[in-house]
Design a protein around this ligand. Structure first.
Ligand code: ADP
Ligand code: MG
Length: 322
């Protein structure tokens, strides 16, 4: 059986890669970071709990990817550049095979984003993974939730509803062919944080949020913080090829209230449409215009023809949803 310190040394300690910003990494009482002069630190934590956020038999490599991906998604939604992260891990047992796969999945994504693991905590207990990410933003350029303005366009990155589609497949709520289930499951287990898009939107977008609990609730946070309302064209929401084949009610429901999407919802002035599209193309992430911010509070949903839709949907809430 591996000791706590052998485990940390073997799976979570590597030579520093970004010595210009990581002055001291794993091994001391604290890590030391040196953000570039004149920048602000963006900090966010996300915890993943077995039985709550993932199945007990989850593939450890995908799990390693996902728990960092959901944290990088928060940096993306702020327009922050990833610098470093810490990992607090409770594990029922130190299994070398599991740790190897978990750290490989996590560190591969970390390397793709130049985000260095600089510390953490390791303890025995029910499987629980908490990551804190540190990113860099420029003063007055963070994409805050309180910055939407009446008249802004509402944009969505990528495609919505795939993770919910995979869940429906697993639960047998829908019958999906094996290829569709695999494709949807890949989106659920290995989401792509939209970091490049968030960075490209700095100075162009007003407000942004990453969609983790379902668009309908997450856009509500922007509306509330900004003191505005919005109309969304539900049938304009981007969905992938698997979901597009489903009946319209399923498509609407999963796109609006699916959850686990990790796409960005952002607002930008209508005069910046070309700039938004250019930013999206430079980031290699498609974006779709799906609504408008309005002065009147509340969220209004319409179909493709602009007719009001009365859909009884809500986002996921850990204490009120089952
Ligand atoms: P302390 O007792 O001072 O909290 P620990 O003994 O818990 O320190 O950890 C020793 C070192 O290993 C610290 O630098 C800590 O940040 C790092 N560390 C602990 N767990 C992890 C982990 N899961 N991933 C990365 N670094 C870790
Ligand atoms: Mg400790």
């Amino acid at each position: 059986m591996l000791s706590e310190f052998a485990l940390i040394a073997q799976y979570f300690t590597r030579p520093a890669r970004h010595t210009e910003r990581v002055v001291l990494g794993v091994g001391d009482d604290c890590a030391l970071l040196a953000p570039a002069p004149g920048t602000q630190l963006a900090i966010s934590s996300d915890m993943l709990v077995e039985g709550r956020h993932f199945f007990p038999d989850a593939n450890p490599e995908q799990l390693g990817h996902k728990c960092l991906a959901v944290n990088l998604s928060d940096l993306a939604a702020m327009g922050a550049k990833p610098l470093a992260f810490t990992l607090a891990l409770a594990l029922p047992e130190a299994r070398a095979e599991w740790l190897q796969a978990f750290s490989a999945g996590m560190l591969r994504l970390a390397d793709e984003h130049g985000c260095e693991l600089v510390g953490g905590d390791t303890t025995k207990g029910p499987l629980n993974i908490c990551i804190t990410v540190f990113g860099e933003t420029l003063p007055d350029r963070a994409l805050r939730r309180d910055a939407a303005v009446a008249g802004d366009d509402v944009w969505i990155s990528g495609a919505l509803g795939d993770a919910r589609l995979a869940l429906a497949g697993y639960r047998g709520e829908l019958s999906l062919d094996a290829a569709s289930l695999d494709a949807a499951a890949a989106r659920m287990h290995a989401p792509t944080p939209r970091v490049a898009l968030g960075l490209a939107l700095r100075g162009i977008a007003h407000a942004a949020i990453d969609i983790s609990d379902g668009l309908i609730g997450d856009i509500g946070h922007i509306l509330k913080r900004s003191g505005v309302g919005a109309t969304l064209n539900v049938d304009a929401l981007p969905v992938g090829p698997m979901l597009r084949r489903q009946p319209i009610e399923v498509r609407r429901h999963f796109a609006l209230a699916g959850g686990d999407d990790y796409e960005l919802c952002f607002t930008a002035p209508a005069s910046s449409r070309q700039a938004v599209l250019a930013a999206a193309s430079s980031a290699g992430t498609p974006v779709t215009l799906a609504g408008r911010i309005e002065a009147e509070p509340g969220l209004r949903l319409t179909d493709a023809g602009g007719n009001p839709l009365d859909l009884k949907l809500s986002s996921f809430d850990h204490f009120t949803s089952s």
